[in-house]
Write a protein that binds this ligand. Structure first.
Ligand code: SF4
Length: 437
């Protein structure tokens, strides 16, 4: 964690104002820094005319809004190299659109049956309940929507989303995101969570939020009381750098954890911010110390204007290589690429299985030591015909959920599916076949 001195560096308000309002989250939002002049004044820096113009131009594409709290974490002696500054302050890099950049990099709109929902995976959905955030992260993958009045969810949008969830019993897990769900008032959140909880097939609710990082005072006792009513409820937050751990953010995490809310963290790998094994190790250690499980490390998406933040994939595997075995498994996130075109999260971890024969596998560990693992000579494989009720494993097949069929690669490996290949839908080779099969 940063030293107390660094953390309280240059409070961008007067002492009396600081004392009376600093911890009031609504005051923080109302006093967010949204223009260049105020940014310079609060940070006590002087930008060149060109820098000012670049920031101004970028603000027109994606708004700037920085809480005084988050701004106070910036080291103004060298702001352009500061990890907080880079995440919060617009840069000219955002104006560069590469030809492979995508407006909707994860094709969320394509998998959207109604305006607030993305239904990509079989048993879970993304429900975008807010379009505003406490701070507009410069690396945001939903820049196309977030902070735009046109994307404000209406009452009708909400009604259609609830109806969709109610009518799809296969949905057991709802991920609330946005924008930031915790920017909604407690009463509205309570209403949304209560309505979801009334749907019998919803088993868990998850919330994705950056509030503990950029506006930790939003985690009030009252908010925790609301969230606690709707267990099982999980919360994933988004710390990217060890400098984001302060007394206030640690207290926010502690309140949530004490409320019985399991906490996870999703970091994004960002060039010039956290693309370093040492920074990442410090980050994951801070997370677990604060009862937050590092969940995902995301490769930066192909969203428009993020080219300057992207690293090669090899940087991510190098970081994971520096964590696995070198620190507790609990502290190692899964490194994923959220595949463009809607392929979902695909793990891209280093390889540890080096080779194998019919009875042995060869593994390597984090030090470079090679070991063999002898596989069993006798293994009675439970051949599966999906008749769970008659299976020796005594896995009662009394519900459709237990009897689910295999999909994708899982189907190729299963005993009961007949497919032996998966081919692209528009395969020319298949089209040439006379019987069309
Ligand atoms: S909090 Fe999340 S949705 Fe909001 S700007 Fe940051 S990354 Fe985007």
């Amino acid at each position: 964690m940063l030293s107390e001195k660094a953390r309280t560096f240059k409070k961008p308000v007067s002492d009396s104002e600081h004392k009376s309002h600093w911890k009031d989250w609504q005051w923080q939002v109302q006093h967010s820094i949204v223009d260049v002049k105020t940014l310079e004044r609060m940070l006590e820096i002087s930008l060149s005319e060109k820098e000012r113009e670049e920031i101004q131009k970028t603000i027109h594409i994606f708004p700037m809004s920085i809480t005084p709290y988050y701004l106070a974490l910036i080291d103004n002696a060298d702001p352009f190299h500061d990890p907080i500054f880079k995440q919060a302050v617009p840069s000219a890099g955002e104006l560069i659109i590469e030809n492979y950049d995508l407006h909707d990099p994860l094709s969320e709109e394509l998998d959207s049956p109604c305006s607030l929902i993305t239904h990509r995976y079989p048993d879970r959905i993304l429900f975008l309940i807010s379009n505003s955030c406490a701070m507009y992260c410069r690396h945001c993958t939903r820049k196309r929507k977030v902070g735009k009045i046109s994307s404000m969810p209406s009452k009708d949008d909400f009604e259609k989303a609830f109806e969709y969830i109610e009518n799809h019993p296969e949905i057991r897990d709802v991920l609330l995101s946005g924008g930031d769900p915790l920017m909604l008032p407690d009463s509205q959140l309570d209403m949304i969570l209560s309505r979801l909880r009334r749907i019998p097939h919803i088993e868990i609710i998850r919330i994705g939020t950056r509030v503990p990082v950029v506006l930790p005072y939003r985690i009030t006792d009252e908010l925790v009381t609301v969230l606690k009513k709707h267990h099982p409820l999980w919360l994933n937050t988004h710390f990217n750098h060890p400098h984001e751990f302060t007394d206030a953010s640690c207290e926010a995490l502690s309140k949530l954890a004490n409320g019985g809310i399991p906490l996870g963290n999703q970091s994004v790998l960002l060039a010039g911010v956290n693309d370093c094994p040492n920074i990442m190790r410090k980050l994951v250690h801070e997370l677990v110390k604060n009862r937050v499980r590092p969940y995902y490390l995301f490769q930066c998406d192909l969203a428009e204007g993020l080219a300057h933040f992207r690293t090669p994939v090899g940087k991510g595997t190098e970081i994971i290589e520096s964590l696995i075995g070198h620190t507790s498994g609990l502290a190692v996130p899964t490194y994923v690429i959220d595949a463009p075109g809607g392929g979902g999260k695909i793990p891209v971890m280093p390889h540890y299985l080096v080779s194998w024969s019919s009875n042995k596998v060869v593994l390597r560990n984090y030090e470079g030591m090679f070991s063999t693992y002898q596989e069993p000579d006798q293994y009675e494989r439970p051949a599966c015909d999906l008749q769970c009720g008659q299976c020796n494993l005594q896995h009662s097949g009394d519900s459709g959920y237990l009897m689910r069929r295999a999909h994708g690669i899982e189907a190729l490996l299963s005993d009961y599916e007949s497919e032996i290949t998966i081919l692209p839908a528009d395969s020319e080779r298949v089209a040439r076949r006379q019987d069309g099969e």
